[in-house]
Design a protein around this ligand. Structure first.
Ligand code: SRM
Ligand code: SF4
Length: 577
């Protein structure tokens, strides 16, 4: 048997995530050591450097310009107005003037200096928000359906997201000792990692919870998931349980691939949280701790088989795993942008935030607009998996005023936006992400403009098209479930994927490899032309591609019996080097 990875040893030796972090904070150094870099992730941070400045600084004989990315843990993306305003203050005080909504419904800051992390974390915690477990080998930010509908089942979904977060938050006191000088903002808890143990999980672990027929969260893309099934009265009947999804892969590594989650079965409402913990416990005990590139749950299931996994689940679960419930509802995708009736006389209003970057720019003062609205109306807040923001509990009378404020600050309303822009996302990539090999957030606007003009020539500008862009194959903006995606290969060069869809239940195919960014639109022109003329009804681009061009049969597998609704289990082959 091969040896455990270095990170495993480090976790074990760290005394529950302490390592030398406290000493490091006392030193004058503007950076953490290699070992400390691994540990700070569990506390919600990544050390980065400004990659734009690397060359210049090297020439000048200077070290890299180090700073930190700090990510919050915000289950279901829910914030109060006060919490949002607290985070907004931090953007100027300690970060680069922006807040960034992440693809997992959280907020992160870039550009925080090591000397100021303690103050930053303290201020975040003042808002009763932690950064613990926002990164690292633990349960990450738990996502939940954003539907702001005032019915019990929607509230239950969000409550489950909060409960599983609470249950799986590391129990170590290290976080409070190191960053908050021992101050406890929550009640005292014994320092035993009863769920994780001293080595935590083999790798990151992600969870999403949604409702049958609505998949704004891409629920099939995660290690674990729950789909709430309503009964005939619309109340919660229980959950279909999912496991083994994941999107990250590496160029040239054939044993890495994107995978949609398997459907395991159905559990009663009171067993939803426990089902997620059972999945996490199997992963903890059997996941690969030797090779971190093979450590995600999807690889364990690929190695041992889905049937083994279901059996192990049944063996551990102190409750019944029934056959999955079939839901007749077609899977829809809803971004809840613009005004929506919450069903209780109040309105939610969704604001599109390009790439999640809440910042004031010359033509669009997004940050001031959002802050102004929150100060004026004191709404509830939901961060969305598409990097946007919903303001909830608004009175119908306030909506014209909301739109007036947005327009006065140059913020585009979702209504007038092209379909491809509205459903677009990009990861940060350059200059902050250490793994980026190509631009993403900084390049997407230009690519979208080219697509908009092409789509206009075919009268398709209003069609919803999921468009996602990443600066490397790790999949942070979930490119492999989009209608169209660009995945960075090297500067200016991308792999072009086509064939996913907004419903998030289908993986895209590699359509063209190594395409220059300026040629992407031309490469897709013939397909888009064909879609314009040959589509059936309102068939989306990805659906059209699958019907007409996908030559492989969809492989479907049943895990727990004949009546089980099945999921596509298409493995996206590793990208060729
Ligand atoms: Fe991610 C690593 C940003 C969602 C798969 N991701 C990173 C790092 C931390 C780079 C690093 O390791 O040095 C990026 C920081 C960039 C920066 O400058 O901020 C980064 N990931 C992000 C965010 C901020 C992208 C965004 O546009 O919002 C998302 C934060 C979500 C959150 O709040 O927790 C983010 N990352 C995702 C997703 C999508 C999702 O989870 O919904 C994925 C694909 C799903 C999955 O995990 O399979 C994803 N990120 C990765 C991977 C590949 C993991 C793998 O299994 O191979 C890496 C690399 C790694 O872990 O080694 C990575
Ligand atoms: Fe960085 Fe790659 Fe994730 Fe983009 S997809 S943020 S480039 S790790």
């Amino acid at each position: 048997m091969s040896e455990k990875s270095k990170v495993e040893e480090l976790k074990l030796q760290s005394q529950l995530l302490r390592g030398t972090l406290a000493e490091s904070l006392k030193s004058n150094s503007d950076q953490f050591t290699d070992d400390e870099l691994q540990l700070i992730k569990f506390h919600g941070m990544y050390q980065q450097d400004d990659r734009d400045l690397r060359g210049e600084r090297r020439k000048a004989g200077l070290d890299k310009a180090y700073s930190l990315m700090i990510r919050c843990n915000i289950p279901a993306g829910l914030l109060s107005s006060q919490q949002y305003l607290g985070l907004d203050n931090i953007a100027d005080k300690f970060a680069n003037g922006s807040l960034r909504i992440t693809t997992r419904q959280s907020i992160q800051f870039h550009g925080v200096l090591k000397q100021e992390i303690k103050q930053t974390i303290a201020e975040i915690n003042t808002q009763l928000i932690t950064t613990l477990a926002a990164c690292g080998d633990v349960q990450r930010n738990v996502m939940a359906s954003i539907a702001p509908i005032d019915r019990p089942i929607y509230h239950q979904i969000k409550a489950v997201a909060k409960e599983v977060t609470r249950e799986l938050l590391p129990k170590t006191n290290a976080y409070h000792e190191i960053w908050l000088d021992g101050e406890k903002v929550t009640e005292d808890v014994p320092e035993i990692e009863d769920f994780y143990g001293n080595a935590y999980l083999p790798r990151k672990f992600k969870t999403g919870i949604t409702i049958a027929g609505e998949n704004g969260i891409d629920v099939y893309s995660y290690d674990a998931g729950l789909i709430a099934i309503p009964d005939s009265k619309g109340d919660l009947d229980g959950f279909n349980v999912l496991a083994g999804g994941g999107l990250g892969m590496s160029h040239g590594r054939e044993n890495t691939f994107a995978q949609l989650a398997y459907e395991l079965g159905f559990v009663a409402p009171e067993n939803g949280v426990e089902a997620l913990k059972v999945i996490g416990s199997i992963y903890r005990d059997f996941g690969n701790r030797e090779d971190r590139k093979q450590a995600r749950l999807k690889y364990l299931i690929a190695e041992k088989g889905a049937e083994w996994f279901v059996e192990e689940f049944r063996r551990r679960a102190p409750f019944e795993l029934q056959l999955s419930k079939n839901f007749d509802l077609p899977i829809q995708y809803d971004d809840f942008l613009g005004p929506r009736d919450q069903g209780n006389g109040l309105i939610s209003y969704g604001i599109f935030v390009q790439n999640g970057r809440i910042v004031d720019a010359e033509n669009c003062r997004m940050r001031t607009a959002i802050r102004t609205l929150i100060e004026r109306f004191n709404p509830g807040i939901v961060l969305t998996p598409q990097q946007s923001i919903l303001l909830t509990n608004l009175s119908p009378e306030s909506i014209p005023e909301v739109e007036k404020v947005l327009q006065a600050h140059g913020v585009d309303l979702a209504d007038g936006m092209s379909g491809i822009r509205r459903y677009s996302m990009a990861c940060p990539a350059m200059p902050t992400c250490g793994l980026a090999v190509a631009e993403s957030e900084r390049a997407i606007t230009q690519v979208l403009a080219q697509f908009e003009s092409l789509l206009q020539t075919f009268g398709l500008e209003d069609e919803p098209i999921g468009f996602r862009m990443t600066g490397c194959p790790n999949g942070c903006a979930r490119p492999y479930t989009a209608d169209i995606a660009l995945v960075g290969r090297r500067p200016g060069i991308y792999h072009l994927f086509v064939g996913g869809r907004l419903a998030g239940d289908t993986l895209a195919d590699l359509f063209a490899g190594d395409v220059k960014i300026e040629e992407v639109v031309e490469v897709l022109r013939p397909l888009i032309k064909q879609w314009a003329t040959d589509r059936v009804g309102d068939e989306g681009l990805g659906e059209f591609y699958q019907r007409v061009h996908r030559n492989t049969e969809k492989k479907r597998r049943q895990l727990t019996g004949k009546e089980t609704p099945t999921l596509p289990l298409i493995q996206l082959g590793a990208i060729e080097a």
